[in-house]
Design a protein around this ligand. Structure first.
Ligand SMILES: *[C@@H]1O[C@H](CO)[C@@H](O)[C@H](O)[C@H]1NC(C)=O
Ligand SMILES: *[C@@H]1O[C@H](CO)[C@@H](O)[C@H](O)[C@H]1NC(C)=O
Ligand SMILES: *[C@@H]1O[C@H](CO)[C@@H](O)[C@H](O)[C@H]1NC(C)=O
Length: 167
């Protein structure tokens, strides 16, 4: 079975992890008490961790990413959307769309558009289409212990432009 040992510290708990560069992972938590903090005194809930240097870089979000979903556009930009209620100084994330353009030099950060979706999504699903657009499907219109026909959101949204890098 081998042994597990601690080899790094992402400073933000990893609710979601995605590989954004060959040696970098992007981490998202819900808005809650992580070690990393923003300059305005809020607890941070996203970071980028470098697997070779073991260093993490705090990333800036405005809206709560709990229960959100993500996928990549065909041009490589990461898109994350949906989320949950306003907590810990974060705005509500239900209608948020967040973009992260990949970079190697530590200059990239989230662009967070809090009310971009026309309808709230909590626990949605996102998938990249063959032409590089992204499909955003389902979820509920509010945080709910048990789903029902009032909260259920059986709709889908799509990005409007094709973003395939090599048509
Ligand atoms: C991880 O890093 C944070 C921020 O630098 C620090 O507060 C915390 O003590 C570290 N945790 C461990 C287990 O090293
Ligand atoms: C990729 O496409 C998306 C959706 O059209 C756009 O928002 C984003 O800025 C594009 N990324 C780059 C690096 O051009
Ligand atoms: C947070 O959400 C609650 C419940 O919907 C609302 O009453 C309150 O005004 C919101 N607070 C902020 C700062 O947006």
């Amino acid at each position: 079975m081998g042994k597990w040992r601690e080899i790094g510290n992402t400073t933000v708990a990893a609710m979601h992890i995605v590989l954004v560069r060959p040696t970098k992972i992007l981490i998202i938590d819900r808005a809650e008490k992580n070690r990393a903090m923003y300059s305005d005194g809020r607890y941070a809930y996203s970071s980028e961790y470098d697997l070779t240097t073991g260093r993490s870089r705090t990333l800036n979000l405005k809206t709560n990413t709990f229960c959100s979903a993500g996928s990549f556009f065909g041009n490589g930009t990461l898109i994350n959307s949906g989320g949950a209620e306003n907590i810990s100084g974060a705005q509500a994330g239900f209608q948020s769309v967040r973009l992260f353009n990949l970079c190697d030099d530590g200059s990239c950060d989230w662009l967070d558009f809090p009310s971009y979706l026309e309808i709230a999504r909590w626990y949605n699903t996102m998938v990249t289409l063959p032409d590089g657009r992204v499909f955003n499907i389902g979820g509920s219109i509010k945080a709910t212990g048990a789903n029902d026909n009032l909260a259920n959101n059986p709709t889908l949204s799509g990005s409007c432009t094709s973003t395939r890098r090599n048509p």
